[in-house]
Design a protein around this ligand. Structure first.
Ligand code: HGY
Ligand code: MN
Ligand code: MN
Length: 420
């Protein structure tokens, strides 16, 4: 454990400050939520706010061609590859103020702590935030880190469109973050990310820290179902081509699949978006756009589930007399984090008397992209209210956040002192 520890109150203040950008009052709960959907004006404002904090800490800030922002702190030997800490500050439209932001602001709090202590590490240190981790607007997640590590070509990313037909490239330019440095990130010496668990496991077991072993497989589909709009009162059931019913059958099929055990016992399936056209009470939906989100901690089970679901798409189209087109919008296999760094996370937590456990991440993270190009690992912190996330009720206490960031501080110092 290093003698250093971060300033918990300063970390919480920085989270609250950023949380005010893009904030709204949630109609259902009256809670303050955060909406900084990727590449919107709010995201642009949040980006400028964090970049200003980076500069105020004496860091050299660059923006690459996909809008990833990196802030570099020199070490004593700048010929060595840096250790990087990062995450994202874009949010889903109904977010809290911790998802992603804890990793970026926690890393900046570590820099602040090093500055206060006049500590210079051997290796340079880089703090970054990646573009559009959430994927909510342009349809594929971890976009910026996937481009930085070569999984998605820049031009493919640029051409992605939101529902209004606006492109990633155009929206990056509009908010002033169409940068000019090479989007391919030279692999850092190692990569660390602190993140809220976004689930109930750690809190329910009274754990202080999660040592993340990896990330489960993710598969997203976008369905476009075309049937026939017709009168709800006059059209006999047997003469319908009901796009809404077809989507509902897919949703029920996914529920049956997760309960069947045929794809393991951990599979999760969600139809998050269901948009009927015309979407009126007395008209059979002639068209339906729907999304499918499959998660599975086992790659073979995921592939089996995808194959069976695609077969079901064809069956439903035949039986309901609709056209069902679908496209894969995101797909990542299970990711595995570096064992050695996991051990360092666990031993730092142990020295700080923090109870900790290994955990697989249910959510996708930029760290899984970085794990393809360098040693990567994550530190999870528990969340209150069953760790709810992608919801304004998302909340982790100052102590919970500080515990995770202090562990990341310890591991950073060890990695940044490595000669090779
Ligand atoms: O969808 C996810 O797992 C992440 O929040 N982008
Ligand atoms: Mn996140
Ligand atoms: Mn998220």
């Amino acid at each position: 454990m290093s003698e250093l520890s971060i300033n918990p109150a300063r970390l919480t203040a920085s989270l609250q400050e950023l949380g005010r950008i893009g904030s709204y009052v949630d109609g259902n709960t009256g809670l303050h939520g955060v909406n900084r959907l990727a590449l919107t004006a709010a995201d642009g404002e949040g980006r400028r706010h964090v970049a200003a904090k980076m500069k105020a800490l004496g860091l050299t800030v660059t923006t690459d061609r996909i809008g990833n922002v990196y802030a570099r702190r020199p070490g004593t030997d700048n010929a060595l590859r840096p250790v990087m800490m990062g995450s994202h500050i874009d949010s889903v439209p109904t977010a809290g103020m911790f998802d992603g932001c804890l990793g970026v602001l926690g890393a900046l709090e570590i820099i602040h702590t090093l500055n206060d202590a006049n500590t210079t590490t051997r290796r340079p240190v880089v703090v970054g935030f990646f573009t559009d981790e959430e994927g909510s607007r342009f349809g594929t997640d971890m976009l910026g880190s996937a481009v930085a590590t070569g999984r998605i070509p820049l031009e493919t990313a640029y051409a992605l469109q939101d529902r209004a037909g606006l492109t990633v490239r155009g929206e990056l330019e509009k908010i002033g973050f169409l940068g000019n440095t090479d989007e391919k990130l030279p692999p850092p010496h190692a990569y660390l990310e602190c993140h809220v668990e976004q689930g109930p496991v750690l809190r329910s077991r009274n754990m202080d820290v999660g040592v993340v072993t990896g990330v489960q497989a993710i598969s997203w589909h976008e369905l476009t179902i075309t049937g026939k709009s017709a009168h709800a009162g006059t059209t006999p059931m047997e003469l319908r081509a009901d796009a809404g019913l077809a989507a509902a059958r897919v949703n029920l099929k996914m529920r049956e699949m997760t309960a069947s055990g045929r794809y393991g016992t951990q599979m999760r399936a969600t139809m998050g978006a269901m948009v009927p056209v015309p979407g009126l009470v007395n008209i059979i939906p002639g068209r339906m756009t729907a999304t499918v989100d499959l998660r599975n901690p086992d790659d073979a089970f995921m592939r089996a589930a995808e194959a069976d679901l695609k077969a079901f798409y064809e069956l439903v189209a035949r039986e309901e007399g609709v056209k069902l087109d679908w496209r894969q919008t995101a797909r990542t296999d299970c990711a595995h984090f570096d064992g050695g760094i996991q051990e360092r996370i666990a031993s730092s937590a142990g020295r700080r008397k923090l109870v900790n456990m290994p955990i697989v991440s249910g959510a996708g993270h930029d760290a899984q992209e970085m794990a393809r190009v360098t040693r990567a690992a994550m530190v999870f912190v528990p969340g209150e209210y069953d760790g709810i996330s992608h919801n304004p009720r998302e909340f982790s206490t100052t102590e919970q956040c500080a515990n995770g960031v202090n562990v990341m501080l310890d591991v950073l110092l060890g990695l940044a002192d490595e000669r090779d």
